[in-house]
Write a protein that binds this ligand. Structure first.
Ligand code: FAD
Length: 466
């Protein structure tokens, strides 16, 4: 208690009273992210600057406490919650655009800036930030960088790593270093993107901005079978057409979304494809004809386009609100996140349905079909222990089937706490040891977000360098 009091005093000395939380009711807010499991920190700090982050890391080091960086806490793999005690650094007060260089289409931003706020604030300059996770109304640029977030538009624009030009980072000793894609030698920017807060704390980032396209069209195609819709997805990409987004929803999701948002999706279809194309007017028109021909060949009931910007926005609002809409079906949902080769989508979807049926769990599928990135939403009631156990088993079965199909254990949400033991299913001891050595260069004491990404228990020895 005395030690906690001293720690609290030191943190308040560095950040002021309003920047430090240690009351149990405050800490409980930071005990969870969007995953089902959590862990309460010892203290939460809300710095306003890089210097304050640096001061907190130095104090934590002195007290031997681990650090967990946290953006909006929308992560789906338990990445932003402490494994045991420690200090959570919330970036929510570091939310400014520090520099906007519209001529060179780039901006330097603080990590707590909300993803959608960036695009909104540069819209007047005809620019936008391309990575658009469905959580973009609340997730932060720092969290997006740390998870290498994807999103519907990453099919053509690439994930966050393709849009980060340089970083300012506080290391585990509290010192500040910067990286740039212009650096010679190792590409440390790329190494830090997707490192889930285990290599350093991002305190600002230069990000790439893109020019808004001349034309944008969104279409909805309805199918009587998921299989036919999946095959249409493969055929579109095989034909060399790369829509800016190619998303799929099943009837469970469409029904929930329509009830919640009246987004304009056809109910009664087994699968709905949401397709977007953007670029020059004539390219978009050509894409429409080609896509229409392909979906028709695959037995689509119909394909129709949004006629106005408002209709287009409603279709996207429905898609991005899909997870929330499942609140109409069950009080809780668990999102699995696996990737399979696109051609394996029909098999993977059958495996999802079989696993959910075996464990009597309602499943809804809403996912980035163009990337082969599945997001089965498993619906349950957290208060019912049978359902919690069944959800875990269903999620594991889906993970195993994705691995068997040659897929990955995370499409975009990261590994965090949730999937660290699954790392041994896809990486060899040598692979994990190589990753562990990289980690040890940045954080030899393993104080930055410990017990994440790397396998637990006895398996830890596999990643400890000699
Ligand atoms: C409804 C819903 C839809 C989603 N859709 C998508 C989607 O389409 N695509 C997608 O990729 N993800 C999606 N996600 C997952 C999540 O939103 C993303 O992973 C997002 O990037 C997390 O951002 P955050 O600010 O909430 O980060 P947090 O959850 O707070 O943290 C995530 C990880 O980043 C680390 N971190 C945070 N800030 C920093 C920092 N400044 N420096 C170093 N490390 C840091 C944390 O320690 C943690 O490991 C979705 C989540 C929800 C709830």
């Amino acid at each position: 208690m005395k030690r906690l009091g001293m720690l609290r005093e030191r943190l308040i000395g560095a950040l002021g009273t309003d920047g430090v939380k240690t009351e149990p009711e405050d800490l409980s807010v930071y005990a969870f992210d969007a995953y089902t499991d959590g862990g309460r920190p010892l203290a939460v700090v809300l710095p306003r600057s890089t210097n304050e982050v640096s001061a907190v890391v130095k104090i934590a080091r002195e007290f031997g406490e681990p650090i967990v960086a946290r953006g909006a806490g929308t992560g789906l793999c338990g990445g932003a919650v402490p494994a045991a005690g420690g200090i959570v650094i919330s970036t929510m007060r570091m939310n400014r655009i520090l520099e906007l260089d519209a001529a060179n289409r780039r901006a330097r931003v603080e990590p707590g800036l909300i993803n959608l706020d960036l695009s909104r604030r540069v819209a007047a300059d005809g620019l936008f930030f391309a990575p658009d996770p469905s959580s973009q109304q609340i997730s932060t640029i720092g969290g997006n960088i740390a998870t290498n977030a994807g999103g519907p538009h990453c099919l053509s624009y690439g994930t966050t790593v393709n849009h980060v030009l340089g970083l300012e980072v506080v290391d585990e000793t509290g010192e500040v270093f910067t990286t740039s894609i212009d650096d010679s030698g190792y590409d440390l920017t790329a190494a830090l993107v997707g490192s889930e807060g285990t290599l350093g704390i991002v305190t600002s980032a230069w990000v790439r901005l893109l020019a808004q396209p001349e034309a944008v069209r969104v279409w909805v195609a309805a199918f009587d079978q998921m299989e036919a819709a999946s095959e249409a997805v493969s055929a579109i990409v095989a034909a060399g057409i790369v829509p800016t987004a190619l998303e799929m929803m099943d009837s469970v999701i469409v029904t929930a979304v329509e009830a919640a948002f009246h987004a304009g999706y056809p109910t009664g279809a087994a699968a709905v494809l949401l397709v977007e194309s953007a670029g020059f007017e004539e390219d978009v028109a050509a894409a429409e004809s080609a896509i229409r021909a392909i979906v028709n060949q695959h037995g689509a009931r119909y394909m129709r386009g949004a006629r106005t910007a408002a209709e287009r926005a409603a279709l996207w609002a429905g898609r991005k609100g899909a997870a929330g809409a499942t609140g109409r079906i069950a009080p809780n949902y668990y999102t699995q996140d696996v990737c399979v080769p696109r051609s394996k989508l029909p098999t993977a979807l059958r495996a999802v349905a079989a696993a959910a049926a075996e464990h009597a769990i309602t499943v809804g599928n809403v996912f980035h079909a163009g990337d082969g990135n599945l997001h089965p939403l498993l619906m349950y009631d957290r208060r019912d222990r049978r359902q919690v156990a069944a959800v875990v088993l269903t999620g594991n079965a889906i993970l195993e089937s994705a691995i068997e199909l040659g897929g990955t254990i995370s499409g975009e949400h990261g590994i965090g706490w949730e999937k660290r033991d699954a790392m041994t299913r896809v990486y060899t001891t040598a692979d994990l040891a190589a990753m562990g050595r990289v980690r040890d260069v940045f954080d030899p004491r393993r104080r930055l977000n410990p017990e994440k990404i790397f396998p637990s228990g006895a398996r830890c020895s596999e990643v400890t360098p000699p």
